[in-house]
Design a binder for this molecule. Sequence first.
Ligand SMILES: Cc1cc2nc3c(=O)[nH]c(=O)nc-3n(C[C@H](O)[C@H](O)[C@H](O)COP(=O)(O)O)c2cc1C
Length: 265
Amino acid sequence: MTTSSHPFSPSSKGAASPPGGADVPAQDLSLRTGVAASVVDQAILSRRSIRAFLDKPVADELILHLLEVASRAPSGTNTQPWQVHILRGAALQQLVEQALAAFDNPEVLAAQPKPYDYYPLKWVSPYLERRRKVGYDLYALLGIAKGDKEAMHRQHARNYAFFDAPVGLFFSIDRVLCQGSWLDYGMFLQSIMVAARGHGLDTCPQAAWLTVQGVVERFLDLRDDQALVCGMALGYARGDAVENRLETERVSARSFARFCEARAA
Ligand SMILES: Cc1cc2nc3c(=O)[nH]c(=O)nc-3n(C[C@H](O)[C@H](O)[C@H](O)COP(=O)(O)O)c2cc1C
């Protein structure tokens, strides 16, 4: 069995805390700045979207611990808009089979309910180029030639197996909640992914599940007042998988941020 090649392992100093919700200190503000800065930076920097996982289970207590930690994310007036649906073992397998069957059946796919618009209806620069680059880079690593639709379809289908992760998470939100709560939700999701790094775990957030939203809703028996936000694969990264070598670019802070100066009266 191959282990994760990530630099941020559970043995990283000060990173790990034992699983179990009760140990999460809500008011512990005592992190010493020097150590905390490097550990926190490293947890954030070592997070990447992982698209091949080991067949290695994650303890329920650890999953709950990550969710307890992430639930310390801020939310407007402490509304805490998150609802999490955890799948592993036989339940995960069952859903994966149904989702893959749906994805391979154009008629079933066409009959899926329309999800919320995650992406713009019309792509413009620079987002279009960034989106294309990440796709090309992933396919290049996997040796998928441009225009090889069959191979691209198969790679896309990997989403519906949670990339073989032992844990699949689904996130839903009460439909009465508004844009602000979706903003809160993003913070919660990132907190899960960063907390996971502290335990040597990896993740892939997945909007792909919206494509088979009807299958997911039915499987989860999701109430009508809940909207599916996204899915997330959680597990231990396969160090030998080429797709996990994908390193995505970022524009520098200086190009997307500016210091605003006082204006002349
Ligand atoms: C909400 C959300 C949904 C995403 N959906 C998918 C997905 O369905 N499948 C996938 O392979 N990657 C998905 N990604 C991963 C992005 O492609 C990835 O975050 C981006 O390319 C930057 O790479 P990095 O996460 O490795 O830093 C998603 C990311 C986010 C935040």
